[in-house]
Design a protein around this ligand. Sequence first.
Ligand code: SF4
Ligand code: SF4
Length: 471
Amino acid sequence: MQLSRFNVHVPLADRNEVFLMNTFSDAQLVASNEVSGLLARIARGDSAFNQEELGTIETLVENGFVVGSREDESAALSKYFQDLREDTEQLRVTVLTTLQCNFACDYCFQGDHGDHNKFAEKMSLETARDVVGWIEKRLDEIRPEKFVLTLFGGEPLLNLPVAYYLAEQCHALCTARGVEPGISLITNGLLLAPEVVNRLVPCGLYGVKITLDGDRDTHNRMRPLRGRQGTFDRIIENVRQVAHLVPITIGGNFDESSVDSYPALLDFLREQEFADKIARVNFKPIIKSFAEAAPKGVIPLTAVGSSGKPLNGTCMTTAGAGALKGSSVCDSCHFADEKMAFLRSETRKRGFPTPDGVHMGPCEIHRRHAYTLGPDGSIYACPGFTGAKTESVGHIDGHEESWQEAAAERFDRLSPRKDECGDCSFIPVCGGGCSVAGHTELGDMYQPSCHKGAFESAVVSLAERTVAAIA
Ligand code: SF4
Ligand code: SF4
């Protein structure tokens, strides 16, 4: 009998109690200090327990806090990751309908800067037809219960014919096979008209994520049009028009210059008549190259495109950020960790749902049946590697260049279990962090990109909320 490696303890001040969480079983409980003492005795190897203690131990075993042996637990975790990798319940396909964008955000090169849009790829209807054929084959091969199409870009609504075509055709494929269809849309919100939503909802649109980078003035500074005109009012008006049609998630990218304006944005959102239609609010640090971010202390996660320029913020998951604790990279991240915790707390105060910061991963890259397709039909392991053709692992037409074969092999070897993570308690919910960050910051996607401090503070916050809910 041993303690699980994945136990996390948060002493509860003034309560003579402790919040216990197991990140593998996801069990959470508020226990007396006697239970902590019992766990300490088990850790020491004691084996003489009275009847009452044995009853408590049984409960701790049932909830995963006490395990038969660390070896068995390690094998169970490996099986969990393997099952997650091979999971066929869902087929998830993210399609970049275009790399063009109608915004000119300074922090993103995929925008309306210079002649970017002139040369940026846009999916043709012919390629979209091939994409549908490719998805059909995957549906028949994998036989999932659910299919999720994510429309992404660039700005996906700049290629509406392809967005509609993919949505309608995929919906038909799913209906014919009894598969539950779902569509999510990640857009800057400028073209989010009711007509668009009304056309996509019957195809399974279940959520739209838009981005607001702070309060009105800050957002207008951060996310302007090419001529520096602001976009805040138009986006808010669009949200007002569609919020009753589809759940809206608000995202936002902050840096040191904008983070303090987010409480005002949250106040503004709370006052809107559509406030209760907001399904989730989740702000993330702007992703910059390490060299660029270091002076400011912004999280240095960079997805690099084939041009060598950062793709910035390509990942849509919330796990995509980090650096190994104690490394030079991690040392620059405390600003973001603290601010993330601050913004989550401000978000909750205003009654908006937001991620708890604990249940963050493993991310899509560790699922075999989660694909990202570029506008030309190239296949990528995850959204963070799009744009870097050398990181594509194949093409929907089935032909595979030798370098793509090599890339596929590289991604196949990626594991959410990394030796460097040792006996970290957060492995089940972290999976070694973002592989794109490992690739770009550390030059090795197999290296963990760690945000352990963020996990630790998120557990403390979870404990506080749990205690408040009990009270
Ligand atoms: S590896 Fe990073 S960029 Fe890719 S899906 Fe995971 S968190 Fe996102
Ligand atoms: S599992 Fe995550 S939090 Fe833990 S050491 Fe590895 S990267 Fe850091």
